[in-house]
Write a new protein. Sequence first.
Length: 372
Amino acid sequence: MPDLNFDGHNTLYATHGLHAFAAKCPPQLVKYGLRYYSKPGEIVLDPMIGSGTTLVEARIMGRHGIGYEIDPLARLIAQVKCRVVEELCLWNAYETVVRQCLQDLAALHHQDPPQEVRDRATPPEFHNLDYWFSPEVSATLAILSHHIAETPMSNAVRDFLWITFSSLILAKKSVANARDITHSRHHHWQHPHPPNVLEKFKTRFERMSKQMAEFAELCRNVPVARAEVKPGDARHLPQEDETVDLIFTSPPYATALDYSRAHFLAVPWMQPVLGVNLEEYRSNAPIYIGSERGCIAGDFTLSDKLTSFDLAGSILCQLNQQSSHHAKLIQRYFIDMYQVLSEMERALKKQKLMLLLWCVHPSHLKSRDTNS
Ligand SMILES: C[S@@+](CC[C@H](N)C(=O)[O-])C[C@H]1O[C@@H](n2cnc3c(N)ncnc32)[C@H](O)[C@@H]1O
């Protein structure tokens, strides 16, 4: 067993640092799993791909990767991270988009801006828009998103620019009036002066295009492998039986992170690429595994589906003594994950492995049987 302590290692090489994402998996762990338990040319599946760490490593190591994901923004991030795009194409598109934005901003500051410029500077409507974004920031984001959506360029380049755009909002130092935005509990924080969106876009783009160039370089010397990101629910995987050589996944935790909340400030601006408005996006929140949303009616009763799992049953009954609401949420999580595991088993070829990563705080391990 090699040393699996990656403390102090760089986890942001290649495209791994392209976009913030809550509970991202350390790439070194995926690399270890793929190196020891799969061969080049084999098929690796991640049924809950998140921001795409498994697919990036699979691509760098010449394995074909398939990832399913329920969240449209996570899918877009994952897709961009594992697809090689030439730096020159990125720069050409970036320069055209920024030139058009600067023209619009200049026109907007004239006394009587043309109607079409005012239309382009009109932000999407959503509740509390002015609380989270200052008017200057909103106008520039609206113009920028318009030109990313409308300027002719390939889809791969456009997706990259969309992710550059969302990384302005979903960042520790967001252009929104918010802090800690990559986690699900945002804190409102008013910028003393509205940030310069286009300057930040430039800084982000320069860094991200370098990261993409590093990823392209790492892919250059390995046989070309497919990296497919697909919409899908891991409880009902649209994957044929026994088609996968290895599964590597880090599932969501029970009630710990609310991805639809973590992403909600970027989603309304990105409707052209995500294909959903904020209301539709939010209405899906209860179907994310581990979500606290959605009501589970009635009192807690132990489900028939868990009767053969003594430990799960006893944990749930103890929890019910303290909070029936939490017992119901955790029971839903157990049942969901049981279904995911059954689907993974179905998709896996015989005698092949699935590797699952759940992060557990070290203090929890001291008092428990670590083998379980
Ligand atoms: C811990 S994250 C995965 C992080 C990923 N390994 C990475 O490095 O970025 C778990 C992911 O599961 C997704 N998810 C939740 N419920 C799902 C479902 N029913 N089907 C597919 N994906 C789901 C969440 O949207 C989230 O992106």
